[in-house]
Ligand binder design. Structure first.
Ligand SMILES: Cc1cc2nc3c(=O)[nH]c(=O)nc-3n(C[C@H](O)[C@H](O)[C@H](O)COP(=O)(O)OP(=O)(O)OC[C@H]3O[C@@H](n4cnc5c(N)ncnc54)[C@H](O)[C@@H]3O)c2cc1C
Length: 496
């Protein structure tokens, strides 16, 4: 029985869109992109809290083959990213392939028909020769089970479900969480709220953000002479690369660089916060890089304002009109903002149930063994399946480097498949084991294992304490590997 589609893609964020563009390039044009939301853009559709912006300069945080000369700032606001996603979808004809409100529950490899059967929450099934999941890492919102939260009588709002017309003016607000989202949100809430208490469990390293509007003449130059924007991208990407490769991945060999970044963040804090105790409370006690570094010129300063308070005692419970901390203190509030982030490892690996050959269950395989995926994209026993948000897939700091490396991997893999006149591929156990050994070995030199990350509570680490998210090499070698991996790392065609 022939499948309905050449390929089924799950997720209409930048990852799923990149996969769609590559499928078209490969001539696999009969594909569908299933998306549970009512519009495209993934992260940049779901998140629209005040202050949302990229933390990687926009020349780099975009597809290299689709530069946008008209970013308004060096670090574009979230709204522009959403518009950019819409532009890409229109230009590359992706929108007509997208089905919104399509919540995928799971997918099963149909051995007899050699295709995937994808089930939707609606009860419908969709079949495709190939399955590509692009369900994101930061896409399953998390709310810790604070006792009593259901009794809170005021307004509760999670940063992923921001209500744009909700007016914070005069509110007595609490923000729980001090991750990258809170760093952007806290200064904005402080502008309007009558009182703001920020509940911090883990302080975050924050370095200055070298941000500014991009003047119209520069935008025109980028549009007329694309090489100038390419050059800007190269400079910015190289700086990020140095930070990541030298400061984080080669921590053991280059501790000074890592310590230098930490000292810069400490100097930033000292320059911005007057009160010594608050400064101490905002100082992390884990090494720089254990958690994704954050950039802001406004976050620390906010704590100088008389109506803003930092609370570091842990939350005991929530009552109708306030939060009680472990020291018995009650903070009276009428608005509770949850900047509590996302659940990665429990629900995102994988985000839906994936059953491969011989009944292999991907989630069970990852949990019973170690989290693993060859080149961060394929897994033995899961034929014709590309898991785009996999263990060890995230390379570098800008996620676009990962997306484009995976597009290249698709190009090489499908190119060989077509050359052989086959329709089925599967990565070998040996290649997968070799890749896992290599990354494990390399990670030994990183800050994750060589540094002190004990108190970081970083999403880079899974439930077993393994730093299984980031790929421990330069983005240059990730891209090189994507176009040169040994072709016989895959088996093509149905095994005899
Ligand atoms: C607030 C915020 C700021 C960020 N800033 C940066 C940054 O500056 N730089 C950077 O590199 N990265 C940043 N990131 C990370 C960002 O998620 C990635 O850069 C990138 O957008 C991921 O794209 P994606 O397509 O892989 O995933 P996503 O954008 O998360 O898209 C995944 C899509 O899959 C859909 N989906 C999930 N499960 C299902 C299902 N079961 N059925 C159907 N659809 C499903 C989701 O609804 C979503 O639309 C940020 C993340 C957040 C949350």
């Amino acid at each position: 029985m022939a499948p309905q589609y050449d390929a089924v893609v799950v997720g209409a964020g930048f990852g799923g869109m990149g996969a769609g563009i590559e499928l078209d390039r490969l001539g696999l044009s009969n594909y569908v992109i299933l998306e549970r939301e009512n519009d495209l853009g993934g992260t940049w559709h779901v998140n629209h809290y005040p202050g949302l912006a990229v933390d990687i300069a926009s020349v780099t945080y975009s597809y290299s083959f689709e530069p946008n000369p008209y970013w308004s700032r060096l670090f574009a606001p979230g709204k522009e990213l959403k518009k950019y996603a819409e532009h890409v979808a229109d230009k590359y004809g992706l929108r007509r392939r997208m089905r919104f409100g399509a919540v995928v529950d799971g997918a099963r490899w149909d051995e007899e028909n050699q295709h995937w059967v994808v089930s939707l929450a609606s009860g419908e099934t969709v079949t495709g020769r190939y399955l590509l999941t692009a369900t994101g890492f930061l896409s399953q919102p998390y709310t810790p089970p604070f006792p009593g939260i259901e009794s809170f009588a005021g307004k509760i709002i999670h940063t992923t479900a921001w209500e744009d017309d909700f007016d914070l003016t005069g509110r007595r607000a609490a923000i729980i969480g001090t991750g990258a989202t809170a760093v952007q949100l806290v200064p904005e809430v402080a502008k309007k709220a009558a009182a703001l208490t920020v509940f911090q469990r883990t302080p975050i390293w924050v370095v200055p953000k070298v941000d500014a509007p991009i003047p119209a003449p520069v935008q025109k130059l980028f549009a007329r002479v694309p090489a100038t924007q390419k050059a800007a991208r190269l400079v910015n990407t190289s700086m990020l690369e140095a930070l990541m490769v030298v400061g984080v991945l080669h921590f053991k060999q280059a501790k000074a660089m890592n310590k230098g970044a930490g000292l810069l963040a400490k100097a930033h804090l000292r320059a911005q916060v007057r009160d010594k105790r608050t400064r101490e409370q905002l100082t992390p006690h884990y090494d720089f890089g254990c958690k994704r570094p954050t950039f802001s010129n406004h976050y620390f300063k906010t704590f100088n304002q008389p109506h803003v308070r930092l609370e570091t005692s842990s939350i005991d419970h929530v009552e109708a009109d306030g939060i009680i901390t472990a020291d018995g203190h009650k903070t009276e509030i009428d608005t509770l903002i949850l900047a509590t982030g996302f659940n990665l490892w429990d629900v995102n690996f994988p985000a839906v149930e994936i059953i491969g050959r011989d009944g292999a269950n991907l989630g069970k395989f990852w949990r019973d063994n170690r989290f693993q995926a060859y080149e961060g994209i394929t897994v033995p026993k899961f034929p014709n399946f590309l898991s785009l948000n996999s263990p060890y897939s995230y390379s570098g700091l800008s996620y676009f480097t990962t997306i484009e490396a995976q597009m290249k991997h698709m190009g090489r893999l499908f190119g060989e498949l077509f050359r052989r006149g086959e329709t089925t591929f599967e990565v070998t156990e040996a290649a997968n084991a070799r890749f896992l050994d290599t990354v494990t070995d390399k990670l030994g030199a990183s800050v994750f294992y060589g540094g002190d990350c004990a108190t970081a509570r970083s999403y880079y680490f899974n439930q077993h304490g393994e730093a299984a998210l980031l790929r421990p090499n330069s983005t240059v070698s990730t891209h090189r590997q994507a176009v040169s991996f040994p072709l016989d790392d895959y088996v093509y065609g149905v095994p005899a």
